[in-house]
Design a protein around this ligand. Structure first.
Ligand code: XLS
Ligand code: NI
Ligand code: NI
Length: 437
């Protein structure tokens, strides 16, 4: 049976196409900067937003009634798998991502919950084999159930911690079973509301302990996925521990975990932290820790994680610029951690949304590749810092300079001259590239 019978297979038709069910820029086989778009972009569908969520918000019920929603329990979970793979194949998306609880419902006991999971994992495995679609990453949902009210790895309650650990163990087994490329930790409720009831040191030590146990167990069962941590500054807790890339990197460094983890960066989390997405990519890339991307966008007028599909070409271009400068995204990918708006409740909106996001990233990739090829920013940057290539600047970067030698230089160097940063000119050139590709 078909869940999206009104939607055809989505093919590339080029920028002039007026067919809503066609890619205008994403041409999986087209080669850009030495690799196909498929290899560069490694798109993934987020199961929770696309298959499980229905548009509920704090003020109202879900608006999207999917054709599989007439079912319930395990029947619903099974139907969702069918729908997921129909959507993945029609969209030519090579990967998907899920939380354990997205794919199968909780039972009355942990044992029953794991049995439900096993049943669905078997079905998913068959579909993966039949279609060639792969698992970019899986993760454990340790935030929805009321037991996680005070956190999971950072809870005050050791019983909850043990439950979370059991969930992570099962998640690693599932990841191995399905050949996941990565395993993600997003700190769902790992944060705090107020310090007057919080032992921050113990909570962070315990979080690191959970990560260490996860590494040990993955090694033990031979699950060789890349471990990823996904920073977010707030929501659901007031202060999430993995605030942003810099904070998360400091945590990994402090606990000696830097060699086993990389970061999964999300655009809307960056903006919630007061950064641009490209800032988060640059910081992470500088540390060699760029692991994967959760592609979405926020709304500058709203202060929460709106998880919109990414359509801002400026942002997708600057993101792909960082990815290309990183030498690619490695084992990671571009996961659409994005949901259709509550008003976009028809099944075909799921396709329009992914097409929009995929085209925005494909366009961003093409423009970024040309900007790099033409050394548009690189040459400007090299000129801007040229003073460190010779004379006193060379003394500084080579470590020869001292405060005394710099004072001596500054005393006789009068007047100091600065040059324009040429920001507006560069933005105009950037626009030219965006419009001409
Ligand atoms: C929530 C996060 C979440 C992670 C996976 O804000 O983005 O969806 O990506 O747990
Ligand atoms: Ni995310
Ligand atoms: Ni998010």
């Amino acid at each position: 049976m078909s869940y999206f019978s009104s939607v055809p297979n989505i093919d590339y038709e080029g920028a002039a196409s007026t067919n809503a069910f066609a890619f205008k820029h994403y041409n999986p086989d087209a080669v850009v900067a030495g690799k196909t778009m498929r290899e560069h972009l490694r798109f993934a569908v987020a199961y929770w937003h696309t298959l499980t969520a229905g548009g509920a918000d704090p003020f109202g019920a879900g608006t999207a009634v999917r054709s599989w929603d007439r079912l319930s329990g395990m029947d619903l979970a099974k139907a969702r798998v069918e729908a997921a793979f129909e959507l993945l194949v029609k969209l030519k998306v090579p990967y998907f991502c899920f939380h354990d609880r997205d794919i199968a419902p909780e039972g009355d006991t942990l044992r029953e919950t794991n049995r439900n999971l096993d049943t669905i994992v078997d079905i998913i495995k068959e579909h993966m084999k039949a279609t060639g679609v792969k698992l970019l990453w899986n993760t454990a949902n340790m935030f929805t159930h009321p037991r996680f009210v005070h956190g999971a790895g950072t809870t005050n309650n050791a019983d909850v911690y043990a439950y979370a650990a059991a969930q992570v163990k099962k998640g690693l087994e599932v990841g191995k079973e399905l050949g996941a490329e990565n395993y993600v930790f997003w700190g769902g409720r790992e944060g705090y509301e107020t310090l007057i009831n919080t032992d921050m040191r113990l909570e962070l030590d315990n979080l690191a302990r959970l990560y260490r146990m996860a590494i040990e167990y993955a090694d033990e069962i031979g699950f060789d996925a890349q471990f990823l941590i996904e920073p977010k500054p707030k929501e659901p807790t007031k202060h999430q521990y993995d605030f942003d890339a810099a904070t998360t990197i400091a945590f990994l460094q402090h606990y000696g975990l830097k060699d086993r983890f990389k970061l999964n960066l999300e655009a809307n989390h960056a903006t919630l932290a007061g950064h641009t997405f490209e800032h988060e990519l640059r910081v992470t890339r500088m540390h060699g820790l760029l692991g994967s991307l959760d592609a979405n966008q926020g709304d500058t007028l709203l202060g929460w994680d709106t998880d919109e599909f990414p359509t801002d070409l400026y942002a997708t271009t600057l993101t792909m610029y960082e990815v290309l400068q990183n030498g690619g995204i490695g084992r990671g990918g571009i996961n659409f951690d994005a949901k259709v708006r509550r008003g976009s409740f028809e099944a075909e909106d799921l396709f329009h949304a992914h097409i929009a996001g995929m085209d925005a990233y494909a366009k961003g990739l093409k423009v970024a590749a040309r900007l790099i090829e033409d050394r548009v920013f690189e040459d400007t940057i090299a000129r801007r810092y040229a003073s460190f290539k010779e004379g006193i600047g060379l003394d500084i970067v080579s470590g020869k300079a001292t405060l005394a030698s710099l004072e001596q230089y500054a005393m006789q160097n009068n007047p100091i001259r600065n040059a324009s940063g040429r920001q507006e000119q560069l933005k105009a050139i950037f626009n030219q590239y965006l419009l001409s590709e």
